[in-house]
Structures are given as structure tokens and as C-alpha cells.
Design a protein around this ligand. Structure first.
Ligand code: S3P
Length: 432
């Protein structure tokens, strides 16, 4: 048997802009008054879908690489689009824009690709309807296409059954147009980029500090207008996650990733990997931004299993596929629980990860709301179905670096959804 030759990850790099923050900057810029300048915008397909929707509603948005200028027309400045709005593969576009469209003085229809048309929209239809919105699933299956007939909205208090920033944000954005305050509570605090950015655009949005075990409570007040802002989008920790995993797993790696967003509602992956024994150095950077950033130095590490559940799940939801992959290569057992939300992402990520990891020789059991991964088995080459899910394609690309044989991945270009430069970046940091 020939010995595997590893290509360590080394040097320093940046990753492309944060997807969640890029969406929100384009959206809030469109409904603010004045010119919003965005630096570090993610030119991924999902964020381009958001830009496309607002352009279709008469907003001038100019993009030069990662610099975007949005000429906002105010809360009531959107125009009725001539066409159905196409949200592509983007759940964030579909759900957040629905909150805004529910309050407009015109009708819209929203749709997207085959994956988006299977994802649950009842979770936003219910609270928005409570606010007085007229929003329906065209086929009555709780999925897109969604027909929205704009209405005056009322403020509500909504106890969300899921810790979902998309649900919370749809309600908060609708709340800007409501007749009184709107409050959302959730089981655990999901990413809070909307809350932070609403305040940057001059709205009033507050998160009530809560003690352990209490539901976080977020309140937005109706706004008369938002004002334009300058937004600097940090690197996406969810994209950095693949390089962090690669550098931990490939022996001899020493990688520095600069300007990565480390918002505490997103940084669960760092806590999880450190609990697994990862050698990570988090070097906070000094910026004036509403979103904290850091450089992260990663050195290859001997990892062991861990338990992941509760509030860690929303804090690491998009990273759980690559965390499962790391767990397969670590010694000992990792249990992921409370992660039922993974089933309703771009693919059923519990099923797709279990299948893919098993194909590579890992010992993985799918549970109702998670996975049990008994790590440490040698990983072999395999042919992996990405299900056109960007994070699955990137996860298995990283595992190919330590697999004992070639890994082929279907529809590898789906990485363009969130990380168009992924393969190029990987090539650079593994170049000898
Ligand atoms: C996102 C929220 C998360 C995440 C998605 C982006 C956002 O979804 O998985 O990639 O930008 O608000 P949920 O809110 O549905 O958990």
C-alpha cells in the first residue's frame, strides 16, 4: 500500500464576504433613503438573487466586484415588479423579502429553483399572516411559489417554535411597517445580523438580555424611514469553516485566515472545534464595525469526539456538515442532537452527510434530529452526490484532502451559491 502524501494548508488567506450580512445590506439599502455603500459584498449566486429581486422592483444597484452601491428609495419606494421574483436557491432571499413585500402597496409572486420550492415557508406564512399579511403558498403545500398581496400590518408578539434567523428577520422587517412594536422570541438566539444592521440603518431594534434557559426576545419599532449606511462585510465564518477544517485535518498545516466575522451568534464552530482539541488562535481585530472580526490561525491538531446540542446548534447550523466530517476523522464518538433544522436546508443535510460519510468508510448513524459519528476509521475515496448543495460539495472537497483515494463530487459548481472562489482559494493554500 502506498503512503498517502498530504498537501498541508499553509500561508494566509481571506474568504469571501459573509452571505447573511451581504443579503441584509442589499435589502436594507434598498428600502433606506439614500446611497448605501457596501464593501466586501459576497458575489455568490444567493446574494445576486437578492440584488436581482430589488432591481426588478426599481432599485438601482451597481456592483463592481465586491463593492456594491444601492440607491435606496425609502420604505415605500419599491415599485411593482413586471415579473415573478426569482429567489434562485436562496432561502434567505425568499423569507426575508417576504417580510418586506407583505407591507407593500402592490402584489408580488416569489419563486425559486427546485430546492427552494420544497423548503418550508409555512414558518413565515403563519407569523406574517398574524400581522395581517395576505401571503399564500400558490400550490397550498406551504412552499414557494408565494403570492403576496401587500397589506397594512399590525405589530405582534410571536413565539417562534424554531431558532431561525430567517423567520425572525422576516417578522422584524415586516415590523418596520407595522402599526406598533413587534416582538419575536425564539428558543435560542439565532444569528442577530438583522438586529445589528437595523440599528445601523437608523431603526430601533433591541434584544432583551436573557438569563440561561430563558427565550431571547427581540423587539423592533415601526420606522418612518431608514437612512443609508456604509457597510463593511466581514469574511464569512461559514466559508472559512471549510479551510479551518482542512487545516486541522491535514497534517503539517498552519494557516491564517484574516478578517473573519466572529459574531457570537455564529461562532459555535470555534467552540465546538476547541472542545474537540483544535489548536486555534483567535486574534480579534479592531474595527468600528457592528460585526466583530478576527484573524484565525489554525494548526493541524489531534482531535477527539464531542457532544453538540442545544444553543450550540443555531450558533453552528451551517457548519454542522463540515463538523460532522471533522468528527469522522477525529478519534472517538461525536453526537449531534437537536439539529432537526438540518433536514430543511438546501438538502436534507443529516441524510446526505450520513450517506456521503458512509460511502467514504465512516461509521455514522442517522438519528431523528442528528447523527452519531464514531470517528477514526480510515476514509477512502468515493463518488459523492452533492445534491447541488454548496456546503455538501465543499465538505467533501475538504475530506478529499485526507481520503485514501479520489473523491468525485457531483455538481461541484454549486459552491458558487456561497463561495465562488472556493476551489481557487483551496488550490492557493495547498500549493507546494
Ligand atoms: C440564514 C439563517 C440560517 C442559515 C442560512 C442563512 C440567514 O437559516 O442556515 O444559511 O441569513 O438568516 P435559518 O434561519 O433557517 O436557520
Amino acid at each position: 500500500m502506498t503512503k498517502k502524501v498530504y498537501t498541508p494548508l499553509h500561508g494566509s488567506m481571506t474568504v469571501s464576504g459573509d452571505k447573511s450580512i451581504s443579503h441584509r445590506a442589499a435589502m436594507l439599502g434598498s428600502i433606506a433613503l439614500g446611497t448605501t455603500e457596501i464593501d466586501g459584498f459576497l458575489p455568490g449566486a444567493d446574494c445576486l438573487s437578492t440584488i436581482g429581486c430589488f432591481r426588478a422592483m426599481g432599485i438601482e444597484i451597481n456592483r463592481d466586484g465586491t463593492h456594491v452601491t444601492v440607491t435606496g428609495r425609502g420604505l415605500h419606494g419599491l415599485r411593482k415588479p413586471d415579473q415573478i421574483l426569482d429567489c434562485g436557491n436562496s432561502g434567505t432571499t425568499t423569507r426575508l423579502i417576504s417580510g418586506i413585500l407583505s407591507a407593500q402597496a402592490f402584489d408580488t409572486v416569489l419563486t425559486g429553483d427546485a430546492s427552494i420550492r420544497k423548503r418550508p415557508m409555512g414558518r413565515i406564512i403563519r407569523p406574517l399572516t398574524e400581522m395581517g399579511a395576505d401571503i399564500r403558498s400558490e400550490h397550498g403545500d406551504g412552499c414557494a411559489p408565494l403570492k403576496i398581496h401587500g397589506q397594512p400590518l399590525r405589530g405582534i408578539r410571536y413565539d417562534s417554535p424554531v431558532a431561525s434567523a430567517q423567520v425572525k428577520s422576516a417578522i422584524l422587517l415586516a415590523g418596520l411597517y407595522a402599526d406598533s412594536d413587534t416582538t419575536v422570541t425564539e428558543p435560542y438566539l439565532s444569528r442577530d445580523h438583522t438586529e445589528r444592521m437595523l440599528n445601523e440603518f437608523g431603526a430601533s431594534c433591541a434584544v432583551r438580555a436573557c438569563k440561561d434557559g430563558e427565550r431571547p426576545e427581540i423587539t423592533v419599532s415601526p420606522a418612518s424611514e431608514l437612512h443609508a449606511a456604509r457597510i463593511s462585510v466581514p469574511g464569512d465564518l461559514s466559508s472559512a469553516a471549510f479551510f479551518i477544517a482542512g487545516a486541522l485535518l491535514v497534517p503539517g498545516s498552519d494557516l491564517l485566515i484574516k478578517n473573519v466575522g466572529i459574531n457570537p451568534t455564529r461562532s459555535g464552530i470555534l467552540d465546538i472545534l476547541m472542545a474537540m482539541g483544535a489548536n486555534l488562535e483567535i486574534l480579534p481585530e479592531n474595527t468600528n464595525s457592528a460585526e466583530p472580526t478576527a484573524s484565525i490561525r489554525i494548526r493541524s491538531s489531534a482531535l477527539h469526539g464531542t457532544e453538540i446540542g442545544g444553543s450550540l446548534i443555531p450558533r453552528s447550523i451551517d457548519e454542522l456538515p463540515v463538523i460532522a466530517a471533522v468528527a469522522a476523522a477525529a478519534e472517538g464518538t461525536t453526537v449531534i442532537r437537536d439539529a432537526g433544522e438540518l433536514k430543511v436546508k438546501e438538502s436534507n443535510r443529516i441524510r446526505v452527510m450520513t450517506e456521503g460519510l458512509r460511502k467514504m468508510g465512516a461509521d455514522v448513524t442517522e438519528t431523528g434530529e442528528g447523527m452519531i459519528i464514531r470517528g477514526g476509521k480510515p476514509l477512502t475515496g468515493a463518488s459523492i452526490d452533492s445534491h447541488k448543495d454548496h456546503r455538501i460539495a465543499m465538505t467533501f472537497s475538504i475530506l478529499s484532502l485526507i481520503a485514501d483515494g479520489p473523491v468525485t463530487i457531483s455538481d461541484p459548481d454549486c459552491v458558487n451559491i456561497s463561495a465562488p472562489s472556493f476551489y481557487e482559494d483551496l488550490k492557493k493554500v495547498t500549493a507546494v
